[in-house]
Ligand binder design. Sequence first.
Ligand code: SF4
Ligand code: SF4
Length: 147
Amino acid sequence: MVFSWILSVIRPFGIAFSHLFKHRFTVKYPYEAVKPSDRYRGRPLLDIEKCVGCGVCANICPNKAIVMVDVNGRKLPKFDAGRCMFCGFCADFCPRTALTMTGDYELAEYRRENLIYPPERLSKPKIVERKFVTVKKLSKRLGVKHG
Ligand code: SF4
Ligand code: SF4
Protein backbone atom coordinates (compact mmCIF):
# COMPACT_ATOMS: atom_id res chain seq x y z
CA MET A 1 0.00 0.00 0.00
CA VAL A 2 2.66 2.49 1.15
CA PHE A 3 5.02 1.14 -1.50
CA SER A 4 2.53 1.73 -4.36
CA TRP A 5 1.88 5.24 -3.05
CA ILE A 6 5.61 6.04 -3.07
CA LEU A 7 5.87 4.55 -6.55
CA SER A 8 3.02 6.72 -7.85
CA VAL A 9 4.84 9.82 -6.54
CA ILE A 10 8.25 8.86 -7.93
CA ARG A 11 7.15 7.55 -11.34
CA PRO A 12 6.20 10.97 -12.89
CA PHE A 13 9.65 12.32 -11.96
CA GLY A 14 11.25 9.30 -13.63
CA ILE A 15 9.24 9.86 -16.82
CA ALA A 16 10.08 13.58 -16.85
CA PHE A 17 13.78 12.81 -16.31
CA SER A 18 13.87 10.28 -19.16
CA HIS A 19 12.52 12.95 -21.55
CA LEU A 20 15.57 15.14 -20.86
CA PHE A 21 17.55 12.82 -23.13
CA LYS A 22 15.07 12.75 -26.02
CA HIS A 23 14.75 15.09 -28.99
CA ARG A 24 11.75 17.38 -28.92
CA PHE A 25 8.90 16.69 -31.33
CA THR A 26 7.96 20.34 -31.76
CA VAL A 27 9.60 23.46 -33.19
CA LYS A 28 9.38 26.94 -31.71
CA TYR A 29 6.78 28.19 -34.14
CA PRO A 30 6.48 30.99 -35.24
CA TYR A 31 10.17 31.76 -34.54
CA GLU A 32 11.18 28.65 -36.42
CA ALA A 33 9.15 26.40 -38.72
CA VAL A 34 9.53 23.12 -40.54
CA LYS A 35 10.42 23.79 -44.18
CA PRO A 36 7.62 22.61 -46.46
CA SER A 37 8.58 20.05 -49.09
CA ASP A 38 9.44 21.29 -52.59
CA ARG A 39 6.19 19.72 -53.81
CA TYR A 40 4.07 21.52 -51.21
CA ARG A 41 1.11 23.38 -52.73
CA GLY A 42 0.69 26.69 -50.96
CA ARG A 43 -0.31 30.07 -52.32
CA PRO A 44 0.25 30.43 -56.10
CA LEU A 45 2.79 33.00 -57.28
CA LEU A 46 2.39 34.86 -60.55
CA ASP A 47 5.22 35.83 -62.89
CA ILE A 48 3.64 38.87 -64.53
CA GLU A 49 6.27 39.02 -67.29
CA LYS A 50 5.51 35.47 -68.41
CA CYS A 51 1.71 35.74 -68.25
CA VAL A 52 -0.02 36.19 -71.61
CA GLY A 53 -3.50 36.62 -70.14
CA CYS A 54 -4.92 33.53 -71.83
CA GLY A 55 -7.27 32.83 -68.89
CA VAL A 56 -6.58 29.07 -68.74
CA CYS A 57 -5.92 29.33 -64.98
CA ALA A 58 -9.31 31.00 -64.41
CA ASN A 59 -11.14 28.46 -66.60
CA ILE A 60 -9.49 25.38 -65.09
CA CYS A 61 -9.92 26.45 -61.45
CA PRO A 62 -12.62 24.18 -59.96
CA ASN A 63 -13.43 26.68 -57.19
CA LYS A 64 -13.47 29.82 -59.31
CA ALA A 65 -10.71 31.22 -57.11
CA ILE A 66 -9.15 32.99 -60.10
CA VAL A 67 -10.81 35.62 -62.25
CA MET A 68 -9.20 37.62 -65.02
CA VAL A 69 -9.00 41.37 -64.47
CA ASP A 70 -7.94 44.26 -66.63
CA VAL A 71 -4.69 45.98 -65.61
CA ASN A 72 -3.47 48.76 -67.91
CA GLY A 73 -4.97 47.03 -70.92
CA ARG A 74 -3.61 43.60 -69.97
CA LYS A 75 -5.66 40.65 -68.76
CA LEU A 76 -4.11 39.22 -65.60
CA PRO A 77 -5.31 36.75 -62.95
CA LYS A 78 -6.72 37.88 -59.61
CA PHE A 79 -6.62 35.24 -56.87
CA ASP A 80 -8.97 34.65 -53.92
CA ALA A 81 -7.21 32.64 -51.19
CA GLY A 82 -10.55 32.17 -49.43
CA ARG A 83 -11.87 30.04 -52.29
CA CYS A 84 -8.69 28.16 -53.21
CA MET A 85 -8.34 24.47 -52.30
CA PHE A 86 -4.67 24.38 -53.38
CA CYS A 87 -5.15 21.67 -55.98
CA GLY A 88 -2.44 23.21 -58.18
CA PHE A 89 -4.45 22.92 -61.42
CA CYS A 90 -3.84 26.58 -62.28
CA ALA A 91 -0.05 26.09 -62.14
CA ASP A 92 -0.16 22.70 -63.88
CA PHE A 93 -2.22 23.94 -66.82
CA CYS A 94 -0.62 27.37 -67.30
CA PRO A 95 0.92 27.17 -70.79
CA ARG A 96 3.62 29.68 -69.86
CA THR A 97 4.49 28.34 -66.37
CA ALA A 98 3.64 31.84 -65.15
CA LEU A 99 1.96 30.40 -62.05
CA THR A 100 3.83 28.29 -59.54
CA MET A 101 2.70 26.86 -56.23
CA THR A 102 4.79 28.17 -53.34
CA GLY A 103 5.42 26.93 -49.81
CA ASP A 104 3.42 29.86 -48.39
CA TYR A 105 0.75 28.40 -46.09
CA GLU A 106 0.31 31.31 -43.71
CA LEU A 107 -2.61 32.96 -45.44
CA ALA A 108 -4.88 33.83 -42.52
CA GLU A 109 -6.23 37.37 -42.49
CA TYR A 110 -8.50 39.28 -40.14
CA ARG A 111 -10.67 40.59 -42.95
CA ARG A 112 -12.24 38.64 -45.82
CA GLU A 113 -11.20 41.23 -48.42
CA ASN A 114 -7.54 40.79 -47.46
CA LEU A 115 -7.69 37.25 -48.87
CA ILE A 116 -7.95 38.77 -52.35
CA TYR A 117 -4.70 38.96 -54.31
CA PRO A 118 -4.83 41.36 -57.25
CA PRO A 119 -2.17 40.56 -59.93
CA GLU A 120 0.42 42.89 -58.38
CA ARG A 121 0.11 41.27 -54.95
CA LEU A 122 -0.07 37.78 -56.47
CA SER A 123 3.29 38.38 -58.12
CA LYS A 124 5.09 39.19 -54.86
CA PRO A 125 6.55 36.30 -52.85
CA LYS A 126 6.07 36.55 -49.10
CA ILE A 127 9.35 37.26 -47.29
CA VAL A 128 9.33 35.69 -43.83
CA GLU A 129 12.30 36.31 -41.54
CA ARG A 130 12.57 33.08 -39.63
CA LYS A 131 14.66 29.99 -39.26
CA PHE A 132 13.43 27.07 -41.34
CA VAL A 133 14.36 23.61 -40.13
CA THR A 134 14.07 20.25 -41.81
CA VAL A 135 13.35 16.88 -40.27
CA LYS A 136 16.69 15.06 -40.18
CA LYS A 137 15.72 11.99 -38.21
CA LEU A 138 12.38 10.64 -37.04
CA SER A 139 12.25 8.16 -34.20
CA LYS A 140 9.13 7.05 -32.32
CA ARG A 141 11.20 6.56 -29.19
CA LEU A 142 13.55 9.55 -29.31
CA GLY A 143 11.44 12.12 -31.17
CA VAL A 144 12.35 14.29 -34.14
CA LYS A 145 15.84 15.55 -34.86
CA HIS A 146 15.71 18.87 -36.74
CA GLY A 147 18.58 20.38 -38.62
S1 SF4 B 1 -1.13 32.75 -65.44
FE1 SF4 B 1 -0.81 31.32 -67.13
S2 SF4 B 1 -2.83 30.39 -67.49
FE2 SF4 B 1 -3.16 32.23 -66.25
S3 SF4 B 1 -3.60 33.84 -67.72
FE3 SF4 B 1 -1.39 33.93 -67.32
S4 SF4 B 1 -0.46 32.65 -68.89
FE4 SF4 B 1 -2.64 32.15 -68.88
S1 SF4 C 1 -4.78 25.90 -56.68
FE1 SF4 C 1 -6.69 24.99 -57.53
S2 SF4 C 1 -8.33 25.99 -56.40
FE2 SF4 C 1 -6.50 27.20 -56.06
S3 SF4 C 1 -6.55 28.81 -57.61
FE3 SF4 C 1 -5.34 27.12 -58.47
S4 SF4 C 1 -6.81 25.86 -59.60
FE4 SF4 C 1 -7.99 27.19 -58.25
